[in-house]
Design a protein around this ligand. Structure first.
Ligand code: THU
Length: 160
């Protein structure tokens, strides 16, 4: 038996103004998208914005449903919309922000496991990493240089 250690490296920005300007702009778009989330059940609004290599921006927000599992997270709404609208797009960067109507969210909110799996599919497809920035409503911002940094041991098409 041999032990396997998996390490990940993330960067943490203490304040919004520390972010490069293009990231601030993308996060602003994610914040706008977040406010349009349809979250009448959780009251937890999430916004995502994707920067495509072409210069286009694609946004998404969570869309809930009375039949709970029929809803979808902001990140998947964004990435599927990008896939549907710009099938050969290269996604350079994604910004995510969350706000609760019940309490102040100052912890950076990472994408859920299912979203990580959905996102990594596009890294494999485009053969290039997607840089991810995520935050709450305010507070620190976390940067990952690849979705793979949040999802070790990915399941991808190479297994099929
Ligand atoms: N949610 C997202 O939009 N993204 C995530 O990665 C985590 C959770 C949404 C789903 C649901 O509408 C609400 O947040 C509470 O789970």
């Amino acid at each position: 038996m041999k032990k396997l250690t998996i390490e990940t490296h993330l960067e943490v920005f203490e304040t919004f103004s520390e972010l490069p300007l293009e990231v601030q702009n993308l996060m602003n778009k994610a914040q706008q998208a977040r406010e349009n989330a349809y979250a009448p059940y959780s009251h937890f609004k999430v916004g995502a914005a994707l920067q495509l290599a072409s210069g286009e921006t694609v946004i998404g927000n969570n869309q809930e449903n009375a039949a709970f599992p029929s809803g979808l997270c902001a990140e998947r709404v964004a990435v599927f919309y990008a896939g549907a609208s710009y099938p050969s797009a290269i996604i350079k960067m994604m910004a995510i922000t969350a706000r609760s109507l019940k309490q102040k969210v100052t912890t950076p909110i990472p994408p859920c496991g299912a979203c990580r799996q959905s996102l990594v599919e596009y890294e494999v497809k485009q053969n290039a990493p997607i840089i991810l920035y995520f935050m709450g409503e305010s507070g620190k911002i976390v940067k990952a240089n690849s979705i793979k940094d949040l999802l070790p041991l990915i399941f991808d098409s190479s297994y099929l």
